[in-house]
Design a protein around this ligand. Structure first.
Ligand code: PEP
Ligand code: MN
Length: 369
């Protein structure tokens, strides 16, 4: 894919930028106290971060919290005054942009539900003409790289050079353990088409649960993404939107402290020992392996449900023998020894059977990955 953008590098637009560029704050602004207390705790350990809070929330279903609206913009101003953090929010139309500019919001982002609509993106681009403000574009809900690139082009054509992408995962019918399938290759392809484009990962919307955030954030750093957007709430359980995925400021600090930031610059790779380099390749491959295994187990569970609903036994010995023979043969052709493959497949099979037994024996099955 070809993507030519006129970009001002990140180091020229975020004061004191150091990797990772951190965008943190609640999914939604709920009250002045809530955002100021969250922002103060974040600023205490990451003063270079950007404070995020949704003011207008495009929700998939009506009758859920649709954002606090204009009053939240005054609270954001107060956050900036009291903490010195830059502020960012989501815009979905020209009116949102105008209000943000009027209230001194520092950074804007276009949400996944807006990126899918070129009319909305163009409307936002038109009102940004002649304005100098950084804009991030989240990937569209569904995995269409052209749509993501097109939105970036529209904003860039309006003269916005401080432009970046946010990778927040894609809706798919096979999300594995994630809320939104990461489809890392989409972000990699975008970055490959335009290497100077800053790409921020949003592990909160990909993971959908705090437990997956450290893993996703590390993977994003290993793929040399520039930053992270992590939903952070003073009291996640009581959040008015995305309560299941937000972390506390203390948890955020732990996630950031535990990250290993590896440099991708040629000079430092040359300095790194060969062993380190190979270990990081193994680390990436292991993560891929785990994602594939998690997906495989999810399919096993579906098979279990099908067998339960159709009264079929879990173990079908003939089928299992055929499967293992063909996998051993295939693996063997790839240079893997037979004994290793048999051992590996027995482990996988045992876990599949365990999951299917679980499905069979629980009426209200809530086994998750
Ligand atoms: C958000 O950042 O709270 C949000 C609504 O995200 P997305 O557009 O990625 O769904
Ligand atoms: Mn959210």
């Amino acid at each position: 894919m070809k993507l030519e953008l006129d970009i001002s590098p990140l180091k020229n637009w975020a004061v004191n930028y150091s990797k990772p560029l951190l965008i943190a704050g609640p999914c939604s602004a709920e009250s002045e106290v809530q955002i100021i207390s969250t922002a103060k705790q974040i600023a205490a350990f990451y003063p270079n971060s950007i404070f995020r809070a949704g003011i207008w929330k495009p929700r998939t279903r009506p009758n859920t919290f649709e954002g606090i609206g204009d009053i939240g913009l005054n609270w954001m101003k107060q956050v900036k005054k009291e903490t010195g953090l830059l502020t960012a929010t989501e815009v979905a139309n020209a009116e949102h942009v105008e209000k943000c500019l009027k209230h001194g919001i520092d950074i804007l982002w276009i949400g996944a539900r807006t990126t899918v609509n070129p009319f909305s993106v163009q409307e936002i681009a038109d009102v940004l003409k002649g304005v100098d403000i950084p804009v991030f574009v989240k990937n569209p809900i569904y995995p269409d790289l052209q749509l993501w690139a097109g939105a970036l082009e529209r904003i860039n054509n309006a003269g916005i050079k401080k432009i970046g992408a946010i990778h927040r995962g894609f809706h798919s019918y096979d999300n594995g353990p994630f809320r939104n399938s990461p489809r890392w290759e989409m972000a990699i392809e975008l970055k490959t088409a335009c290497p100077e484009l800053p790409v921020i990962n949003d592990p909160s919307h990909i993971g959908g649960t705090p437990e997956l955030i450290p893993y996703l954030a590390q993977k994003a750093m290993d793929l040399d993404m520039d930053g992270l957007m992590i939903e952070t709430h003073i009291n996640p359980k009581s959040a008015w939107s995305d309560a299941k995925q937000q972390v506390t400021p203390a948890e955020l600090k732990e996630i950031i402290d535990d990250l290993s930031i590896r440099s991708a610059s040629v000079a430092s790779i040359e300095l790194q020992s060969k062993l380190d380099e190979l270990r990081s390749v193994i680390h990436k491959l292991d993560n891929d392996l785990l994602e594939v295994l998690a997906k495989r187990m999810a399919v096993s569970k579906q098979i279990g449900e099908y067998k339960r609903d159709n009264n079929i036994t879990i173990l079908q010995a003939a089928h299992w023998k055929k499967l293992i023979d063909s996998s051993v043969l295939n693996g063997n052709q790839l240079g893997l020894p037979q004994e290793f493959l048999k051992g590996l497949y027995h482990l996988i099979h045992d876990e599949s059977i365990r999951r299917q037994t679980d499905v069979m024996n629980k009426k209200d099955n809530k086994t998750s990955l």
